[in-house]
Design a protein around this ligand. Structure first.
Ligand code: UTP
Length: 269
């Protein structure tokens, strides 16, 4: 079945951006003049999705307001609610009824990609294999402990970047890392993942972790990945947000040249 729905979880507390997030949800913080959420809605449409379901919180009415004006002729944007921020796994399960019994994409709005190529690749892989497929990348040893870390093996008959995931470890200590490959915020799921998410138990911090659902799929040999070198901005951290604002503005025709000459002037002093 074709993948036509993208789920964007946006019900988190955004504590790393306090006090800004008392005024504006993290997902609406501007990357120069465009909210982060809009980049992800655009990416979903470019990847061929015709429906976007945003999981939000009643404590963040500006997300719902934004969504109400975000539909275009290519994509219909709707919202569902997560009543309390019980974790990413729980947020995804809140979209179950809206998604229905069909495959879907999950896109984290605090990761902005340079283009829609990874999401497109994951959709193609899902449509070919029938297996849930997720975005991966290689990172330096010091960064592994900030991510879900995976042990992989090459996927028979496919190119080198396509792997089967054998094991998933959430934020391992450096000594416990199983590889230099980590999970990034793009996933294509079979609707069967909703049953897995029903079974996950709260982790040490009380949250229902999406990675626990991924680990169940991996145990059943039902999880593939694409090891990608895509440009990616982690706008969930203050430094990542700053980098995204500067690099994306530098590429823009309207403001880029002006910003470039200001930066040169500033650093040549
Ligand atoms: P994060 O853990 O990065 O977001 O989740 P957060 O919890 O808002 O951030 P901090 O740690 O407090 O600064 C990644 C994405 O998942 C959503 C968030 O809104 C974010 O877009 N999320 C997270 C939910 O929708 N519900 C949750 O319970 C947790």
């Amino acid at each position: 079945m074709a993948v036509r729905t993208a789920v964007i979880p946006a019900a988190g507390m955004g504590t790393r951006f306090l006090p800004a997030t008392r005024a504006t949800p993290k997902e609406l913080l501007p990357i120069y003049d465009t909210p982060a959420l809009q980049f992800v809605i655009d990416e979903a449409a470019q990847a061929g999705c015709t429906r976007v379901v945003i999981v939000t919180s009643r404590a963040k009415p500006s997300i719902e307001n934004y969504a109400s004006a975000a539909s275009t002729d290519k994509v219909a944007v709707t919202v569902v609610y997560q009543d309390s921020p019980l974790g990413l796994g729980h947020a995804v399960s809140c979209a179950r009824q809206a998604v229905g019994d069909e495959p879907f994409v999950v896109m984290l709005p605090d990761e902005i990609m340079g283009d829609a190529s990874l999401t497109k690749e994951l959709i193609v892989l899902y449509e070919k294999s029938g297996k849930s497929s997720i975005g991966l990348k290689r990172v330096a040893a010091a960064e592994i402990s900030s991510y879900g870390n995976v042990k992989v093996v090459g996927h028979k008959g496919d190119t080198e970047d396509i792997v089967e995931i054998l094991q998933v470890v959430e934020k391992p200590k450096p000594a416990d890392a199983v590889s230099d490959i980590v999970i990034i915020g793009r996933y294509v799921f079979s609707p069967k993942v909703f049953d897995k998410l029903e079974q996950i138990k709260p982790s040490a911090n009380g949250e229902l972790q999406l990675t626990d659902g991924l680990a169940m799929l991996a145990n059943e040999h039902a999880l593939l990945g694409v090891v990608s070198e895509i440009t990616r901005y982690d706008t969930g951290t203050p430094m990542g947000l700053l980098r995204a604002v500067i690099e994306i503005a530098l590429e823009r025709k309207d403001i880029g040249p002006q910003l470039n000459s200001w930066l040169k002037e500033k650093f040549n002093k």
